[in-house]
Design a protein around this ligand. Structure first.
Ligand SMILES: [Zn+2]
Length: 484
């Protein structure tokens, strides 16, 4: 009897559960179709915003107009915007709704110096300008704002419940903007964070990022006439060159996954004046943050050794520091379904012509143009990538998931004039729209199915273990002038 009752109970319980699940899928399906259609319907509006930011092309921490435009778009749509968060004038948090769950969406908007380029398939800079959106952050910020606005509409219509926070994240390119935002505790009440990045294909991120420490090493020497009295001078540039020489020799004796790179940002002004000041800007990267710390200490030793040998002095300023990216498979699987549902980017005949022309400028053989329309399968195993991102620090604060979409013609590398060119055309905007849809759809799943966040949080805690987050850039204030 007891068994029969138990069986009846199980059948009923499972039956109800199945019914409620299929019902929730049905409800979701309708909401998702509505959200995607609404984003598509606002294509021209988002295009206008993205192209405006593309034209502004403001570099890290100088994104005054770009940030203001995104803030205005959000506040015009009813978001409460807190600006100047984490002691960064261009950082903001825009909030709508109330209660749990709290879903965060990251928005970036900084450009890169030296990449000025028109929206043409040939290399033509925009006269009188220097920076360009070589990483597509104008698309990034706009798509995230679009997703946020769409979710707000659904909260208003009582189709989803909870809070949406759009994070305006400045200076991703080397400025580590999000690290200060994490350090300021701005993600403490968030259940999950969604982000994306422009790319040349469509896929959900299952590739981590390299931890990164960067610093500017400044050498001081003594000026004198380089020909008449060279013995009376000490060259700060010698200090920089001796340091670079030692670091380049060091490459043989560091783990092979390491990435070390530098640019000499100041090396004197005139050959006949012994330079009394020189500066070199270094990045040290490795998949593991502890190894980054070790190698960075060795780079500092090279700087000190160089100063000793050239009778100059040196000091350094930490500029940036980011963690590796903690992946979350639970969230990635949810996002993958929404990406497959949305699909990639298809080109018009005119866009195919643009793409063909652009591809002739690549040094390696590009993938097929129609690969922009395809969606990559989800990688079953995570791997380490070649780049770094300050999203890494966010991923140590809260379960995080991201994707990339084909905003650039297949084969286009990031940080290139070709990426800037694509970002100024409808090819880029179409990728933006795909990203906005996938992020909104993924958030809908998180708002309507509590079990996903619970499972993602469990996975997050397990991956993080007992590691106590500590920013790699220490307690320094935001490097607001790092692009000067
Ligand atoms: Zn980027």
């Amino acid at each position: 009897m007891k068994n029969i009752i138990t069986t009846v109970f199980i059948v009923c319980f499972v039956g109800i559960k199945c019914f409620s699940q299929s019902k929730s899928v049905e409800i979701n399906d309708g909401i998702k179709t509505q959200a995607a259609a609404s984003i598509q319907a606002n294509y021209n509006e988002y295009k206008k915003i993205a192209l405006q930011i593309w034209n502004y092309a403001e570099v890290g921490y100088k994104e005054i107009k770009s940030s203001a435009l995104l803030q205005k778009t959000l506040s015009d749509n009813g978001f409460k915007v807190q600006m100047g968060v984490a002691e960064i004038p261009t950082a903001f948090v825009a909030m709508y709704g109330s209660g749990k769950p709290v879903i965060g969406i990251l928005a970036e908007f900084d450009a890169l110096p030296g990449l000025s380029q028109q929206a043409t398939p040939e290399k033509i800079p925009v006269a009188g300008t220097d920076a360009g959106h070589g990483c597509g952050h104008h698309l990034f910020g706009t798509a995230s704002v679009a997703a946020g606005i769409e979710l707000k509409k659904l909260i208003d219509e009582k189709k989803i419940k909870g809070t949406i926070k759009v994070y305006g994240c400045p200076a991703e390119e080397g400025g580590s903007g999000k690290v200060y935002m994490v350090r300021a505790g701005l993600f403490n009440d968030v259940d999950a964070v969604i982000h994306w990045h422009p790319g040349n294909d469509n896929g959900v991120t299952m590739t981590s990022a390299l931890a990164n420490s960067s610093a500017k090493f400044r050498f001081k020497g003594l000026s004198s006439h380089a020909a008449a009295s060279p013995d009376k001078g000490r060259s700060a540039l010698d200090g920089v060159e001796a340091m670079d020489m030692m670091v380049n020799m060091m490459r043989e004796h560091i783990p092979q996954e390491t990435r070390l790179h530098y640019v000499i940002t100041q090396g004197g002004r005139a050959p006949n004046v012994v330079p009394d000041f020189a500066e070199v800007y270094y990045y040290v990267r490795h998949p593991k943050r502890d190894i980054v710390k070790e190698i960075f200490d060795r780079v500092v030793k090279a700087a000190n050794g160089a100063a000793l040998g050239t009778e100059t002095t040196t000091e350094y300023e930490i500029i940036g520091g980011t963690h590796d990216l903690l992946l979350n498979k639970t969230l990635a699987e949810v996002m993958q379904k929404n990406l497959e549902r949305t699909g990639g980017v298809t080109y018009t005949a005119e866009e195919v012509e643009f793409a063909k022309k652009l591809q002739t400028s690549f040094v390696s053989k590009p993938p097929a143009i129609d690969s922009a329309a395809k969606v990559k399968p989800l990688k079953t195993e995570a791997d380490a990538g070649g780049g770094s991102t300050d999203v890494g620090d966010v991923s140590y604060a809260v379960p995080t998931v991201g994707l990339r979409t084909a905003t650039w013609v297949p084969g286009t590398p990031a940080h290139s004039w070709q990426a800037v060119a694509c970002g100024g055309t409808d090819i880029g905007i179409k990728g933006l729209i795909v990203a906005a849809k996938v992020m909104a759809l993924t958030a809908i799943d998180l708002y309507t199915n509590q079990t996903i966040i619970a499972k993602a949080t469990e996975e997050f805690k397990k991956a993080k273990g007992d590691y106590q987050y500590k920013a790699l850039l220490g307690d320094r204030k935001p490097a607001l002038n790092y692009r000067d």
